[in-house]
Design a protein around this ligand. Sequence first.
Ligand SMILES: [Zn+2]
Length: 324
Amino acid sequence: MDLFTHLIVPFAILTLLKLRDFTIKDRLAGGFGGISIDFDFILVLIGFISPELFIFTHRGITHSFVFGLVTAIIFLYIISRPRVYGLINDLIKRDIKVEFSWKSVSLAYFGVLIHLFLDFLTTGGIPLLYPFSLIRFSANLYYYTDLVTTLVAIVILLVLYLRLDPKYKKIALTGFLVMLISFGGIRAYEKIEALESQTLNDGYTNITAYPTSDMFSWTMLESNGKNKYRVFTYNTLNHTVANLREVNSLSIKNGSYESAQNAIKYANTLPEVKKFRWTSPHTAINATSTSTGWNLTFYDFVGNHYGAREVTVHVEKNRNQIKY
Ligand SMILES: [Zn+2]
């Protein structure tokens, strides 16, 4: 989900909740919490310089229950400094002042939790339980971002910015939440439709569906539970299959299976391979034996994430690795 949506959703929920009267400052704190953890792009450089620290990436460390809280506290601390909000206030001609208090931190964390839930619904997933586990959780329902949602979110922000009757602002916020939930409902329905339209044959036993930017188009992945995959795009409106391809999880050229396995075992300990495998849940390997060792190309055969599509390493016969 985009930054605008992450700002609006917690703000909207706190505005529309009839449980207590949240002031504009309280609602803003929720919105700020909502955007805080996407400022992780600042950390991307760390993960880039040092591949061992691959958790320092977008949708990495800050997208967890523990570090989400840490990030919200830091963000709220910074934005509640008079110099910082003063500058923003001057720029946008509105008062965005929030307190740095237990209450606002709690509301900001509420914003974080909403953010984590929304990003959990998108493809790729997030490491919710980090530092206890690196597993990425994903419902694979929405695509990373949705153009229509982003554009509508910008319009809603404009409505919030303008000095309108609060009644209209509430209508806009309600409409936005209804739109998001409807898109989720349609996507869930289409996903089930895409899965139920398939019949497994040729030894394939499992099937999963991944969202694309088009809610009627799904990337389907069939597996035989061992080493073979079939990938294609299924359109739920026209019932058409496109881009069908079969993939072996390991293809070997020239060398023996055992020798390739040993080289892969070694390569799996290398930070750049670990990093690639973490971002790419579906990795296949092309292994080519050369006079000096093995060329191993790890590639993502589903290709529904951002970042590198493949990484190649050379494992020398004496196991000293050279990077390409
Ligand atoms: Zn995010």
